[in-house]
Design a protein around this ligand. Structure first.
Ligand SMILES: [Zn+2]
Length: 399
């Protein structure tokens, strides 16, 4: 079997994929085979022990870890602490009410839903800046967590909550303009309002895009009711980051924390399937969507998406000339796949110009050393720099 060279274009490579799907095992260097299973405990809660986790997730490699911080992390969660006080004071009007928690941590409930407890790491800044420095992350997008998007709220309250959230995110950016840019939280339960919240965030607050969950209260994006939002994102020419959340079958997957291991990548894949097969990217060909956790299972099963397309025309809404894999032109991916050889596979599948660094800070299944995985790739420096910061600078319009 012949390994596909690093200099082929994404288009050429995908053509080649029809014949062979090969990843060279000879391209890997140090750091590629770390087993993270033993150093993570699973679970969806942010770790308050970020630094110790970082130390536990692999040996330091001086050959790789040299030079100043310069990576841009597009998968980086934050909750503005000032919102906790806002919820305490005005929670009833917001529909986001404080709730009791067993250990005294701040907890709240959206529209009477299951209480959501905040761990300190999600709302903390100084420690994350230190970890960013240690792991050579120069900048990060401040992203909401899907637990905090408030999709259970009605449209009006959802809009108020997201605007409030975005104003608070803006406080972080103002305080640390060289370290953070923000992605808007938007009320996808009311797409026209989501469009106006996104527009306000981008035009008035200088946000660089929006964050959406992989489904909205169990509803996926095959319906045209979401079109006002996609249209606005296209018009504003901003990146959308899609994060899995509110997983179907969550109760079944609760054991062993399989919701995070299997459910998150699954729901990103499923959501993308709805988008592609319903013709979303045909209606909005300039839409730019970033999938997290390496794109879930899509990069690995792109052939399966194509195969189904060629087998049946029933219910197919996308032009016959377009296979699902052709929509890679609309898609971007973070590199949160833990292993260098998997990052390399992703690079070969989707193209160097479509991958960015993602750490999932501060969650336990995050990889603070995501930038190191890029440095460890066996590819030209220009390609590493594109993944580390070049693509993010272009997509997020960072000078
Ligand atoms: Zn995440």
């Amino acid at each position: 079997m012949k390994a596909i060279g690093v200099n082929v274009s994404r288009r050429d490579f995908l053509k080649g994929m029809g014949e062979t799907a090969i990843v060279s095992s000879g391209v890997l260097i140090s750091g590629c085979a770390q087993n993270f299973a033993s150093s993570t405990t699973g679970g969806r809660n942010p770790s308050s022990e970020g630094a110790s986790f970082a130390q536990a997730t692999g040996a330091q490699d001086d050959k790789i870890r040299k030079g100043p911080a310069r990576a841009i992390d597009v998968h980086h969660h934050y909750f503005p602490p000032e919102l906790m006080e806002e919820i305490r004071r005005h929670g009833k009007a917001l529909g986001v009410e404080p709730a009791a928690s067993a250990d005294g941590s701040f907890s709240c409930s959206f529209a009477g839903g299951r209480p959501r407890t905040f761990e300190p790491a999600l709302a903390e800044v100084e420690k994350r800046l230190k970890i960013m420095d240690e792991e050579r992350i120069l900048m990060a997008t401040a992203d909401t967590a899907t637990s905090d998007v408030g999709y259970r709220l009605d449209g009006q309250r959802g809009e108020a909550w997201c605007n409030l959230f975005n104003d608070a995110l803006q406080n972080l950016v103002k305080k640390h303009p060289k370290r953070f840019v923000a992605m808007a939280s938007v009320p996808m339960q009311d797409p026209p309002r989501a469009a106006s919240v996104l527009e306000r965030a981008v035009r008035d607050l200088n946000f660089r895009g929006g964050l959406i969950a992989s489904n909205v209260n169990g509803k996926y994006y095959e319906s045209k009711e979401f079109d006002p939002f996609w249209k606005k994102a296209e018009e504003l020419d901003v990146l959308l980051i899609m994060h899995p959340g509110d997983l179907p079958g969550a109760d079944t997957m609760r054991q062993f924390n399989l919701g995070t291991v299997c459910g998150n990548p699954f729901d990103s894949t499923l959501s993308l399937g709805f988008m592609i097969y319903s013709g979303l990217f045909d209606r909005f060909p300039r839409l730019k969507l970033c999938l997290l956790h390496g794109g879930g299972f899509f990069p690995y099963h792109m052939g399966r998406f194509d195969q189904r397309f060629t087998m049946t025309a029933e219910g197919r809404k996308i032009p016959a000339a377009s296979r699902p894999s052709s929509y890679l032109r609309n898609l971007y991916f973070d590199n949160l796949v833990y292993r260098v050889e998997t990052v390399d596979y992703l690079r070969r599948m989707v193209g160097t110009d479509h991958i960015m660094v993602g750490t999932d800070y501060p969650y336990e299944l995050g990889d603070w050393k995501a930038a190191e995985k890029v440095e460890a790739l066996d590819c030209p420096r220009a390609e590493k720099e594109a993944i580390l910061f070049g693509n993010a600078k272009r997509l997020l319009k960072i000078d």
